[in-house]
Design a binder for this molecule. Structure first.
Ligand code: SF4
Length: 693
């Protein structure tokens, strides 16, 4: 039988945004999913969880009909209703909340369950037209972005495919073996063809660290201290490129003296690394011209994360590496696409006076914190798309309490009965990426792609765009974007942004919009107003929390430090087989992950008399959770890693790991501090079983 291989794009929250080739079996089913060989970043490789996508898209637990809650909130009791009734009910709840409390009492909430620009961000069009509360998208990227922008000025940099031309690749705070597997393709090429070295900087021995030439397992949240020590060595040992700094940076007069006090010995006390490890890494970095730093997100999920990011971006500037191919640093390519988002997001309808709510502070917002609410009305109605905050948002116990409020109406548009959907009043069944049209950019490379609808959705599932059209009609929300099909908006957006039209992109499968080398390597200056990299950033221009930021690159001792009562620092790193909570529905991913587990150093286990596999209880002022301990010597004593995000239901008492994380906003412009949590740990053997409140 002739195979029907169609192109598509991985929509998941991963910088690789892989180009896919999918066997479409008929109008309703798919077979094998592979990485596109011809795409120069994907290079035929995708991660195992997406290669198994037929298991997810054809899962028998897919939601297929709109549902209405029939029992108490959170009881899980629902009955099917028609789409007409479902959309009528959502619209009526929004109208009622607006009339009683003002339009800002309605808060459409979303994030990156799909990364397609139209289906993900179209919710903003409804928000803007209706003057509903706006959303600061802080749960993932804002800390990194603040730190990157502070120094470099724009989210761009040397092409990640250049890693294949590097002699040293520093993977800082990322684990591409588990997330964005394609980075390993280019790193492996450099190692095979050039004998390049791979250094991983991460609090624990990840899959990537396990295959690296050097692994610096520092204490969580101390990355800026390590970066400052490397710069100290650069100045001390004559590797600082003063000419480059004088020409291409603000090169503050006090920088060298400032760094003179931040020696490897100073950094060793903060990071927990040996002085010799820091010296060795600094020497390797400083003496390798083609050294490429690939920055992940993990190290920045901390109260001092923005400064950590900024400090790391200073390294190729101090050593003058940015101009060379195979050298420099990259966090994200998100700025290179120059999108005109007017139609997708209804930017022409924004009322700048409408309040902005910080999505990472959902717990505080839904439980009535005046500061988090911006002194505006409480939130009384929500539409949640592409997100599962009952599990992934910080401070689960308070999030759950908020979502259970009787005076809050919640509609959830979802693919599965997530833990957020279980708390909803109305549930709407959602399509997956092969069941609708969407437009994709990549954070980790430079391709624009369209994922066209390939198969029919199961049951009555509808795309985000269709749901927004249905609500707009009922709410009287006028915008031409609601009158257009998804592909019409994609086509308009491409052309308005200066790119080829949708037909061309579909025919070519992708277009590569990589910046020219001179631009990517900042040969003519950095994308700051003064064309210079900033060692002394204008933090005031970046976010309202600017006053808490240091003048020069530095370690900020502002993390949730270990204390006698809470002696462990915990990181909730991504589990390889899950992507946030996506793929927690598939049995293969769950089987491969096993069970909620915390990695514990054997020395800590001996001191606390805890055996491998034993139930342990972790806690702090926000809550307590029970996991199984796994003894692991790939981290420092006093550090815990709980690979995540397992559903709450997978834990004893239904209380998941984010019960421990805080919704404190990281300065200067907010962001969730998932890897910045101090906890106590003890054996759970003699304790009462946990139960959700
Ligand atoms: S590596 Fe990332 S982008 Fe590629 S298939 Fe897996 S999740 Fe999707």
């Amino acid at each position: 039988m002739q195979r029907n291989v169609r192109h598509s794009v991985c929509p998941h929250d991963c910088p690789s945004t892989c180009a896919l080739e999918i066997d479409v079996l008929d109008g309703r089913r798919i077979g094998t999913v592979r990485g596109a060989e011809g795409n120069s970043y994907t290079s035929g490789v995708i991660c195992a969880k997406v290669a198994r996508y037929a298991e997810r898209i054809h899962h028998l637990d897919r939601l297929t009909r709109p549902l209405l809650r029939t029992g108490p909130k959170g009881s899980g009791q629902f009955r099917p209703i028609s789409w007409e009734e479902a959309l009528d009910r959502v619209a009526a709840a929004f109208v009622a909340a607006s009339q009683k409390h003002g339009a800002e009492a309605v808060w459409p909430y979303y994030y990156a369950g799909t990364m397609g620009l139209l289906q993900r961000d179209g919710i903003n069009r409804l928000r803007h037209v209706m003057r509903y509360s706006r959303q600061a998208k802080t749960i993932c990227t804002s800390i990194c972005e603040a730190g990157w922008m502070a120094g470099v000025g724009r989210c761009t940099g040397p092409d990640p495919r250049e890693m294949a031309q590097s002699d040293l690749i520093v993977m800082w705070g990322g684990n591409p073996v588990a997330t964005q597997v394609n980075a390993m393709t280019h790193i492996t090429r450099a190692r095979k063809e050039r004998g390049a070295k791979l250094v991983v900087i991460d609090p624990y021995r990840t899959g990537t660290a396990a295959v690296a030439d050097m692994h610096l397992a520092l204490r969580p949240g101390t990355d800026a201290a390590l970066a400052c020590a490397v710069m100290h060595v650069a100045f001390r040992d004559g590797y600082a490129d003063r000419e480059y700094m004088a020409r291409f940076s603000d090169f503050p007069a006090e920088l060298e003296a400032h760094l003179a006090a931040r020696s490897p010995a100073w950094a060793a006390r903060i990071t927990g690394l040996d002085v010799s490890e820091i010296e060795d890494f600094a020497r390797l970095y400083c003496t390798t011209r083609r050294a490429y730093i690939r920055l992940g997100y993990g190290f920045a999920r901390s109260r001092n994360g923005a400064e950590s990011m900024h400090a790391v971006t200073c390294l190729p500037t101090v050593t003058g590496k940015w101009p060379y191919e195979g050298a420099g640093a990259l966090w994200s390519y998100r700025s290179i696409y120059n999108w005109d988002r007017t139609l997708i997001e209804g930017l022409d309808a924004i009322d700048p006076a409408t309040r902005v709510l910080d999505m990472s502070r959902l717990a505080s917002i839904l439980t009535g914190d005046r500061d988090a609410l911006g002194d505006g009305p409480p939130v009384h109605a929500m539409l949640i798309q592409n997100s599962n905050p009952a599990t992934v948002a910080p401070d689960t116990n308070r999030v759950r309490r908020g979502l259970l409020r009787e005076d809050l109406f919640v509609a959830v548009h979802e693919q599965f009965m997530t833990e957020t959907a279980q708390l909803a009043d109305v549930i709407l069944p959602a399509t997956m990426f092969m069941e609708h049209d969407d437009l994709y950019q990549a954070g980790g490379h430079s391709h624009i792609q369209i994922g066209a609808k390939l198969i029919e959705p199961p049951g009555e599932s509808r795309s985000n765009h269709m749901v927004l059209q249905g609500l707009a009609a009922r709410l009287g929300a006028q915008h031409r974007g609601f009158e257009m099909s998804a592909m019409e908006i994609i086509d308009w957006t491409l052309r308005a942004s200066g790119w080829p039209d949708a037909k061309t992109v579909l025919e070519q499968h992708w277009i590569d919009v990589a910046p020219p080398i001179a631009e990517a390597h900042f040969h003519n200056g950095f994308p700051q107003a003064d064309k210079r990299f900033h060692f002394a950033p204008d933090w005031r221009a970046i976010g309202p929390g600017w006053a808490r930021m240091p003048t020069l690159p530095d370690y900020m001792p502002t993390t949730d430090e270990a204390t006698a009562e809470r002696p462990f620092r915990m990181v909730t790193a991504p589990a390889r087989q899950f992507l946030n909570t996506t793929f927690t529905e598939t049995s293969t991913s769950r089987e491969r992950e096993g069970r909620p587990t915390v990695l514990l150093h054997p020395a800590d286990a001996t001191r606390l008399d805890i055996a491998d596999g034993e139930r342990v209880r972790l806690g702090n002022a926000r809550g307590e959770v029970v996991l199984h301990a796994r003894l692991f010597d790939g981290l420092q004593p006093g550090v815990l890693v709980a690979e995540s995000v397992w559903p709450n239901a997978a834990f004893e008492g239904g209380i998941g790991i984010n019960a421990l994380t805080s919704d404190d906003p990281a300065p200067p412009m907010g962001g969730a501090v998932f890897h910045d949590t101090a906890v106590w740990l003890r054996s759970a053997a003699a304790e009462m079983p946990l139960a959700a409140d």
